[in-house]
Design a protein around this ligand. Structure first.
Ligand code: HPA
Length: 248
């Protein structure tokens, strides 16, 4: 079954025919909200809103372990994570949809592993390619089928938030090789890999990163939600095509 983790601007899926909701308790505490089960074009899907259905949970307080454990426990084998980002690379302007292929992790103080010596034997997962290449390819195929533009590849800088970055931090991240910046990409991706889930991200650029383009003097948050809303309509089209493909 395919799981979808919705981010900012995607707290529900309009094209999901809901069958039931399930409140879960996990060994890691409570997920961000009840899991929503349903179908998109007759294909079973489970959905969770990363920040809660009322968008009240900040990125550093999301219980990533509980969310992924719950999805895995309920039979998900693939996870498509939708996330908003700031664009660093020149072509990553607001409204652009991108499927990143790399991650640089700058987060700290989050519970970042299931292998903490308590209940699982230590395993060092390979994380060379943090996103599942097959799931990435399926998303890009689905975008083509849906006639939606989607950029193939880019490095996602995962930052702690909730504050936005300084212009110098963005320059540093760019020098490090980052193309976009967001607050929720980690530890979500590595926890998914620890559970053996196939995981990929659809990133929606909702603003120029600090000090770039229209954010030269400041990041103007007023425009972010409108950009996110309109871009999420395109993401929904991609997801609708994606669930029709084999692989879940
Ligand atoms: N920085 C960090 N996270 C973000 C941004 C940003 O500019 N935009 C959306 N998520």
């Amino acid at each position: 079954m395919l799981a979808i983790i919705g981010g900012t601007g995607l707290t529900q899926l309009a094209n999901l025919q809901i069958t039931h909701r399930q409140v879960m308790r996990t060994p890691y505490g409570e997920p961000s909200g009840a899991l929503t089960f349903g179908t998109i074009k007759q294909h079973e899907v489970v959905f969770i809103a990363r920040h809660g259905y009322g968008h009240t949970i900040p990125p550093h307080r999301v219980n990533y372990c509980a969310n992924l454990w719950a999805l895995h426990n309920q039979g998900a084998n693939s996870v498509v994570a939708v996330a908003s980002v700031g664009g660093i690379r020149d072509d990553l302007n607001p409204g652009v949809i991108v499927v990143p292929d790399q991650i640089i992790d700058y987060t700290y103080g989050r519970k970042f592993t299931f292998f903490d010596g308590l209940d699982r034997p230590l395993t060092h997962i390979d994380f060379t390619h943090p996103y599942c290449p097959r799931l990435r390819a399926r998303i890009l195929d689905a975008a083509r089928d849906a006639n939606e533009k989607c950029v193939d590849g880019g490095a996602y800088a995962a930052v702690q938030g909730p504050r936005l970055e300084t212009a110098a931090e963005i320059t540093r991240y760019e020098r490090d090789g980052a193309d976009m910046v967001g607050m929720t990409g980690m530890p979500e991706a590595s926890l998914a890999k620890e559970l053996g889930l196939s995981y990929a991200t659809i990133a929606v650029v909702v603003n120029h990163a600090a000090g770039r383009g229209s954010s030269l003097d400041a990041v103007h948050l007023e425009s972010v939600s409108a950009v996110a809303q309109s871009a999420m309509a395109h993401v929904r089209n991609i997801l609708e095509c994606l669930v029709g493909c084999d692989g879940d």
